[in-house]
Ligand binder design. Structure first.
Ligand SMILES: Cc1cc2nc3c(=O)[nH]c(=O)nc-3n(C[C@H](O)[C@H](O)[C@H](O)COP(=O)(O)OP(=O)(O)OC[C@H]3O[C@@H](n4cnc5c(N)ncnc54)[C@H](O)[C@@H]3O)c2cc1C
Length: 382
């Protein structure tokens, strides 16, 4: 284990921190995870659970590759968690629909289909009658849809429960309600963390604090990742099971059916700092998109509304790997793909902290922003 001289301490018990903890525990490391709140609650609970590298329209080859790798890991990840964590995270990989309501959008989706086929990704065009058969809840004005095969969804709240229990079963200590945990460093390296329990020394500290990663107390500025909160609001409808079958992108929103009969509808993209309020405008925009695309959903009960903060980064890539300060590692900045990226993040960070090669992490190191100014200057993604 590279983290010589002590245990591994992870700050942040979201899906990202827990995935790293679980991987390291399976490699035999002694791991403690600290969170100021409950485990798997923040963005990891608020997310929709889509597993959609292609439907997200990622144009960054390194990021697309990372997402595709993580998607491929999902069936085994969920199966192992079912064995060790006892909860079934309800993985569905029956494809994601991208629906067109007019010829312009249909044309764009045909272009995307050609690109997907050229890259070897499986997809299929459903014409209007085929789409109606597949998803009768959509408005008759839906003129066709691109079905991206192999994509789908996971119930991220169940996944959080399974990961928490699997970590505990592997001997990980999860310290909840630990207060605002701070890193303690000397001039050479990170030494451990300070929490309501006092000082805990560590050979390796992982910053997995999601949208709060740039604010983790005690981190020298040069090693602090430029992560920004990007708010997303959602709501859930209580619908009969099977009323919407596929995860479906409609103009201005997406629909993600759950096995328990809820339909998750999301999500806004708002740069309003650390504001987690559910607002009338945010909910109005989502409801309006749903009423246009699938008016038959209008009679169902709104069962829940919520908001969460995605950890956004300047170039849309997460920060994975050593921070540059000895003993301080980063696993944050997963923006809108942190649920999708949880398995690969756990595997790559676990391997690197255990002393295996860092090569796969190179495109995701904090140092890239210093060495690739053109990349750093690219538009912020959500
Ligand atoms: C509305 C919405 C929809 C989304 N949909 C999808 C989707 O469909 N698919 C997908 O892949 N991703 C989706 N995402 C993104 C995904 O949810 C996130 O990228 C992912 O959950 C980030 O996980 P995390 O563990 O890094 O952060 P979080 O889950 O936010 O966890 C960070 C943890 O760090 C803790 N923390 C912070 N600072 C401190 C401190 N100083 N001391 C102690 N603890 C601290 C917090 O309490 C929190 O528990 C969505 C996000 C939102 C908000």
């Amino acid at each position: 284990m590279r983290a010589t001289g002590g245990d591994v301490v992870i700050v942040g018990a979201g899906l990202v921190g827990l995935s790293v903890a679980w991987d390291l525990a399976r490699r035999g490391a002694v791991v403690k995870v600290f969170d100021r709140g409950e485990a798997a609650r923040a963005a990891s609970w608020a997310g929709a659970g889509m597993l959609a590298p292609h439907s997200e329209g990622l144009d960054d080859a390194a990021m697309l590759e990372l997402c595709a790798q993580s998607l491929a890991m999902y069936p085994e990840f969920v199966e192992r968690l079912r064995e060790e964590g006892k909860a079934d995270a309800r993985l569905h990989l029956d494809g994601i629909l991208n629906v067109a309501y007019g010829p312009d959008r249909a044309g764009e989706l045909h272009v995307r289909a050609a690109a997907l086929r050229a890259s070897g990704a499986g997809c299929e065009w459903l014409d209007a009658p085929a789409l109606r058969l597949s998803e009768p809840a959509l408005a008759p004005s839906a003129c066709g849809a691109l079905l991206v095969r192999g994509e789908g969804s996971v119930d991220n709240r169940l996944l959080g429960r399974a990961l928490t229990e699997a970590c505990v079963a592997r001997g990980v200590t999860i310290v909840r309600d630990a207060g605002d945990v701070a890193i303690e460093c000397d001039v050479r390296r990170a030494r451990g963390v300070r929490s309501i329990l006092g000082f805990t020394s560590a050979g390796c500290v992982v910053n997995a604090t999601g949208a709060w990663a740039a604010r983790l107390p005690g981190v020298p500025e040069a090693y602090s990742p430029p992560v920004e909160p990007v708010k997303g609001q959602m709501f859930a409808l209580a619908i009969p099971r099977g009323f919407v079958r596929h995860t479906t992108w409609i103009p201005g929103a997406y629909l993600v059916p759950r096995d328990d009969g809820r339909l998750m509808v999301g999500a806004t993209v708002e740069r309003t700092g650390f504001d987690e309020r559910v607002t009338a405008r945010g909910q109005h925009d989502l409801l309006a998109a749903v009423m246009r695309a699938a008016p038959s959903l209008g009679g169902f009960t709104v069962a829940e509304t919520w908001a969460g903060l995605r950890p956004g980064t300047p170039d849309g890539r997460p920060f994975l790997g050593p921070s540059g300060l000895d003993g301080l590692w980063l696993a944050t900045g997963h923006a809108r793909n942190g649920i999708l990226l949880a398995p690969v993040t756990g595997r790559l960070l676990g391997a690197a902290i255990a002393g295996e090669s860092l090569e796969a992490l190179h495109p995701f190191l904090l140092a890239r922003l210093r060495t690739e100014p053109a990349l750093a200057a690219r538009t912020t993604h959500s």
